[in-house]
Design a binder for this molecule. Structure first.
Ligand code: ADP
Length: 199
């Protein structure tokens, strides 16, 4: 595929998380992708198993430690003692705890899975979503407009940060996640958008 076509038809994977579904934001989230000229080419609501979620999130030490480091940096910013709140200040151990809370959170209600296609879809969807921590996300992003969660609150309540959606970080991760969530032959639809000349 030429680079031109590759960028125009890039695909990414998105999950609307339990808080997105339970806040009634499914339509609003889809709207934000569609209004930015992105196409929804696969879409389904479903109840995930713990194993599916456990397999979705990386198990590598580096990823788990980074998760713990995110908590530690928020704790340090707000002057909270991690040892007092979580019983440790070890990033890897906190990361393991957060990963377990993530599985609890992600299986607590149905999710909506989708494949989104369009110009630089991976970066575009992450930009529309906003950064991981909603309390730090700018207004105008999905996370900034509809959530105020923070690890300082979430971890004290022994839970993961609720941030409405998951979106792949790279085109390679998107390919892997589309396969994980939709199988070897994803039910992807092909159609041209009515309103613009790009497709
Ligand atoms: P993103 O979903 O933006 O790619 P990560 O891959 O870093 O973010 O983290 C995966 C998910 O773990 C986040 O979306 C969020 O739900 C949760 N999370 C991230 N950091 C923390 C944290 N410090 N404490 C609790 N939950 C967290």
């Amino acid at each position: 595929m030429s680079d031109y076509k590759k960028f125009k038809e890039e695909r990414t994977f998105v999950l609307i998380k339990p808080d997105g579904v339970r806040k009634g934001l499914t339509g609003e989230i889809i709207k934000r992708f569609e209004q930015r000229d992105l196409k929804i080419v696969a879409l389904e609501m479903f109840q995930p198993t713990r194993k599916q979620i456990d397999d979705h999130y990386p198990k590598e030490q580096k990823w788990v430690t980074r998760l713990g480091e995110k908590s530690l940096s928020t704790y340090s910013k707000y002057g909270i003692d991690p040892a007092k709140e979580l019983g440790t200040n070890d990033a890897a151990k906190i990361g393991e705890m957060v990963r377990e809370w993530l599985v609890d959170y992600m299986t607590s209600a149905p999710l909506v899975r989708m494949v989104v296609e369009g110009v630089h879809a991976v970066d575009m969807v992450r930009k529309i979503a906003g950064p991981t921590i909603p309390s730090m996300a700018d207004m105008g992003t999905i996370r900034g407009d509809f959530s105020a969660d923070s690890p300082a609150i979430a971890n004290t309540e022994k839970r993961a940060v609720m941030n409405l959606i998951h979106a792949s970080e790279t085109p390679e991760e998107a390919m892997h996640e589309i396969k994980h969530w939709f199988g070897e032959k994803p039910p992807i639809f092909s159609y041209s958008r009515f309103c613009i000349d790009l497709w």
